[in-house]
Design a protein around this ligand. Sequence first.
Ligand SMILES: Nc1ncnc2c1ncn2[C@@H]1O[C@H](COP(=O)(O)OP(=O)(O)OP(=O)(O)O)[C@@H](O)[C@H]1O
Ligand SMILES: [Mg+2]
Length: 486
Amino acid sequence: MARILVVDDEIEMGNFFKFFLEDKNHEITVAENGLQARDALQEYFHLVLLDLKLPDTDGITLLREIKGRYPTCEVLMMTGYSTVKSAVEAIQLGAYDYLEKPFEDLNDLEAIIERALSRALARRELREDEELTRRKQVLKSVGFVAGKSEKMQRLLTVAEKLAAKNITVLIRGETGTGKEVLARYIHAVSSRSEEDFLAINCGAFTENLLESELFGHEKGAFTGAASQHKGIFELANRGTLFLDEIGDATSAIQVKLLRVLETGEIFRVGGEKPIRVDTRVIAATNAPLEKLVAEKKFREDLFYRLDVVTLVLPPLRERREDIHLLAEHFLKLQCEERPLRLSPEVVGAMTRYDWPGNIRELANVIAQVTAICDGPIVLMEHLPSKIKEQDTYESAPLQKSLPLLTPEQKWIDAVSASLDNFIEQIDVKAGFDLQAFLDSLKEVSNEGAKKIIERSLEASGGRYPKAAEWLKTTPRVLRYLYKEKK
Ligand SMILES: Nc1ncnc2c1ncn2[C@@H]1O[C@H](COP(=O)(O)OP(=O)(O)OP(=O)(O)O)[C@@H](O)[C@H]1O
Ligand SMILES: [Mg+2]
């Protein structure tokens, strides 16, 4: 049994949920406005069903209060179509999901409430684990490397929730940030994943050709239309259609797109009767749509229709912590048969570089590098000059996000890079004496230490106190180590 709070100013809604959920043995409290809700929230609820529009406050404000005070309480927003945009914002603020009013399918409604509840109840942590594992599998299947950055993880959470809905999604982001990969991911986690994902670039055709590609044409619709032809909207029926570079669509095409999005119907070129399509549209652009709207190059109504749910992919320079991981990913992809490592300097320079072409540029750089590097380790000399040039002038704010390596860390990184490279080549099945390996490893590190001490003694003219000062230890320890290692 769970405690559920319903906050809605429509009395019928409260009554409906009382009837619907008490039947399932839950304890229901109803509040008609913010005041009553805050009063009720003196106590803990497992789940709050929260209307976005309330007479004395708004759902988003209340959501923030609830999540601030009771982080494990799950909140389901309730929304009419006009407020879907705020509902998406709510998910970004931690709402579990949103329900669109009127509720069309009570089974769906029940399922989503049960899911939110089971999360709010004991299984919270377990579910998160399961969700993460599932996320990893699907990410892998579409070749999407998510990385560790908070920004990207949050974006994926929102994307997954949106994937379950049938709404149009607009993906924005600079060139090469992975808009198409994200679209594929949304398709792969949606209930349409068994159907097709088709993509079309709105900038790659003339207006007439694009229209016929999108909507198809009837036989004889224009010269050359020898037979009937299905458009991509029809071909992607029940699946997902990715409209890339939507900012490039001409105004005639924009009108037609708006109509499909609003009615779910298309007309083939030269066709008389509308054809219903159940195609989920994901659009993408890196164009400044607001500016295009202001210049009357992009229809305002289409913009608002698309902008209801927008996901913005961050440029690579805003998630520098993921650069190394992505670089390793492409390195693995591109030279499967020949393990290659990046030297610590190379990782440093790549992490500091701004990547105007984002992930695509990174993939290209790795491809170039693997072509010219014939040793086991990628060194600074293999990098394209643009990366080295940017790296020569120190830009203070960038340095801040990347702690400078101490000389010891650099040394260890270099050793472990070449060690990793060696380890990957070991054929364990052929037999490998682990203990002998560890003993030799120890010998190598002793040898290294001895050489460092010798060099310090040489430089200090044999004076232990000076050498110890440089090596950040005491003369006694140094003598001991040196003898031990001799
Ligand atoms: N998260 C990611 N993990 C792995 N590879 C990625 C990722 N994001 C992008 N890529 C790769 O980078 C390249 C560019 O990605 P994509 O085509 O999706 O970018 P885009 O945002 O659509 O760029 P544009 O605006 O130029 O069309 C592709 O080769 C893609 O496989
Ligand atoms: Mg693209």
